[in-house]
Design a protein around this ligand. Structure first.
Ligand SMILES: N[C@@H](CCC(=O)N[C@@H](CS)C(=O)NCC(=O)O)C(=O)O
Length: 202
């Protein structure tokens, strides 16, 4: 399988999980400004949605959407316990987190990345994100990872989007538990390898 990614983008969650799962894969970097892949191909011809991540399966199928790509990857390596078995309540809880992170965190960041977003809208988005991070922080007060004592795929996704505060130079101090969560995730060998591979860590 091949993962199409852009350094530090939401595809980082899939990249982390592919490494955590120990799955054989190749990578292809996408320039999101030009929609060209590192091999010079027009990315919109590979993924008409134009965004990352996309996972090209060996069968020729293309899977998109972070929450779905993560689940697919975890299901290829069930022994790694990155997601619970389909049909269990634990799995639905993990899907609940993936959906929350996608719609309430990830997509709420989007206006902050756009240079033409009016300041008033940016302020409103930051307030909303702050309330959502407060909620996540309450969960992390009870256990080190979103689902309990163990790292699972939603933690990779949370780690990715929380990291965008730093990229946007927004103060993350109001959420020290999220900072501690990020430190725990960063320390994982598979995460170190992924961050180095994306050029995000020396
Ligand atoms: N709904 C998509 C959103 C993916 C997305 O927002 N990707 C961003 C990077 S984090 C992107 O590639 N943006 C460039 C574009 O839309 O052209 C998913 O869950 O995978």
């Amino acid at each position: 399988m091949k993962l199409f990614f852009a350094p530090g983008a939401c595809s980082l969650a899939a990249h982390i999980v592919i490494e955590e799962a120990g799955l054989a894969h190749t990578l292809e970097k996408v320039d999101l400004a030009t929609h060209k892949t590192e091999h010079g191909d027009d990315y919109t011809r590979i993924n008409p949605k134009g965004y990352v991540p996309a996972l090209a399966l060996d069968s020729g199928e293309l899977l998109t959407e972070v929450g779905v790509v993560l689940q697919y990857l975890c299901d290829q390596a069930p022994d790694r316990r990155l997601m619970a078995a389909a049909g269990t309540l634990e799995r639905y809880r993990q899907m609940e987190w993936l959906s929350f992170i996608s719609t309430e965190l990830h997509k709420q960041f989007s206006p902050l990345f756009r240079p033409d977003t009016p300041e008033q809208i940016k302020e409103a988005q930051l307030k909303l994100l702050g309330r959502r991070f407060d909620y996540v922080s309450e969960t992390l007060a009870r256990h080190p990872y979103l689902g309990g004592q163990e790292f699972t795929a939603p933690d990779a996704y949370l780690f990715t989007v929380f990291g965008w505060l730093g990229y946007l130079q927004i103060d993350a101090k109001p959420w020290p538990r999220l900072g501690e969560h990020a430190a725990r995730v960063t320390a994982r060998p598979a995460v170190q390898k992924t961050l180095k591979s994306e050029g995000l860590l020396k």
